[in-house]
Design a protein around this ligand. Structure first.
Ligand code: ZN
Length: 306
């Protein structure tokens, strides 16, 4: 074989290899994360838990209220046949954190939250609180409380399974410490926890409704470019769901204000009237039992605002 034909053969091989590599790149586009929503039964507060399926694993956001729902979420993860990579929390309320031990199963993966959410959980779940939860839900309330194993500061990001998520600390709002997570990328989406309880009655009992309204204004700016907003309860949507929640909170505050007449508590009669007014404001909606829970906390909040 002449030197020339060896050279030609080599050049031909290089061209073939380059073509093969480029064709394989065309044939295998980058895996786009898939978002699965687990909407719990109304008995489990109709709460959402999300699974972000990446190329090589699953990230869970929030874990529902009951043992049964936690088990159902775990089964959904196992059906994806990819390992659980981490569990992220938006806030510490039981309807978002009670399923933790069931969703984790035997996996030793991080449970991640802001420092604020971690602190609220560690101060809220006293033996008395656990006892009253068990009285209400029996076997469906967890026997073992799981806390975050890793905390992030406001604006910190974490990369898991090839995707990056950033947490934003909102401070008090629906709970004593709220946060939201952004899935970074060309088409960003946000998981906002209970900043929105879409088209259902809201839990107002932590008494930060004024701060909650401010959070919604802040989110309207910060989530402007988001393709989809995933709420803690109800259907995902666009920026419009933030406006909807604001209207609900304003109506609730107005109703309590007119019934409390400046007092920090409502009479039993006034509570019944509040129930009727909010059910008329949002007819046939889930979670009506929450209406009365917020009556005194919001009356106290309004009385302190004067
Ligand atoms: Zn919730």
């Amino acid at each position: 074989m002449s030197r020339n034909s060896v050279l030609k053969g080599f050049v031909g091989l290089v061209i073939t290899l380059v073509l093969a590599v480029s064709l394989s790149q065309v044939a295998q586009p980058a895996f786009k994360p898939v978002i699965h929503r687990h909407a719990s039964d109304p008995k489990a507060a109709w709460v959402n838990s999300y699974q972000i399926e990446t190329e090589n694993g699953v990230i869970v956001i929030d874990t529902s209220l009951t043992i049964s729902e936690g088990k159902a979420i775990r089964a959904e993860i196992e059906a994806l046949k990819k390992p659980l990579l981490a569990i992220l929390l938006t806030h510490g309320h039981p309807d978002h954190t009670n399923g933790l031990s069931e969703v984790l199963g035997p996996d030793n993966v991080p449970v991640i939250a802001t420092e604020g959410v971690d602190k609220v959980m560690r101060t809220t779940y006293t033996p008395e609180r656990e006892e009253s939860g068990r009285k209400r839900l029996g076997e469906e309330w967890p026997q073992k409380r799981v806390f975050p194993t890793k905390t992030l500061r406001d604006g910190e990001s974490i990369t898991l399974g090839g995707v990056t998520l950033t947490v934003h600390d909102l401070g008090p709002g629906e709970s004593h410490s709220d946060s939201y997570w952004v899935l970074e990328g060309d088409e960003k989406v946000a998981f906002i926890g209970d900043e929105v309880i879409n088209r259902a009655h809201a839990y107002m009992a932590d008494g930060h409704s004024s701060q909650w309204l401010k959070n919604l204004d802040r989110l309207k700016i910060e989530l402007k470019a988001m393709k989809t907003i995933y709420p803690g309860h109800g259907e995902p949507g666009s920026l419009e769901i933030l406006d909807w929640e604001k209207t609900y909170i304003q109506a609730y505050r107005e109703a309590v204000k007119s019934l409390a007449k400046g007092q920090p508590t409502l009479t039993e009669e006034a509570k019944k009237e509040l129930q009727a007014r909010m059910e008329a404001f949002l007819p046939h909606a889930p979670l009506t039992y929450l209406i009365v829970w917020g009556a005194d906390p919001v009356a106290a909040e309004l009385a302190s605002e004067k």
